[in-house]
Design a protein around this ligand. Structure first.
Ligand code: FES
Length: 107
């Protein structure tokens, strides 16, 4: 999904160091539940935090360099595209960046 930054609202979510490398955290932003992952290479990825399969907590899933595994039934989702390689419906993806030491999500 391509987000047009001109149409989105920027939400500052606090300091980057609240998310350890290789982990995710869930944020409530404008009524949406968003999982933000800090990849081991330092990049951020943002996807919907509720698994489309049966509502599992995506932010608690294990990640590798490319995808997240939902902890409930192990469906796999690409963190860039949101697409599932195991047949589940896709996650929604969001644009996330860092401004200084702050996480900024566009929604
Ligand atoms: S709830 Fe996520 S894989 Fe089933």
């Amino acid at each position: 999904m391509i987000t047009d930054l001109r149409d989105g609202t920027r939400h500052r979510l606090g300091p980057l160091d609240q998310i350890p490398y290789g982990e995710g955290r869930a944020f409530a932003v404008a009524g949406e539940q968003i999982a933000i992952f800090r990849m081991r290479d330092g990049c951020l990825r943002a996807v919907s935090a509720v698994c489309p399969h049966r509502g599992g907590p995506i932010a608690d899933g294990q990640i590798d360099a490319k995808q997240v595994l939902c902890p409930l039934h192990m469906n796999a989702f690409d963190l860039t595209t949101g697409c599932s390689s195991t047949g589940a419906d896709p996650l929604t993806t969001y644009h996330v960046s860092v401004d200084g030491d702050q996480i900024v999500l566009v929604l």
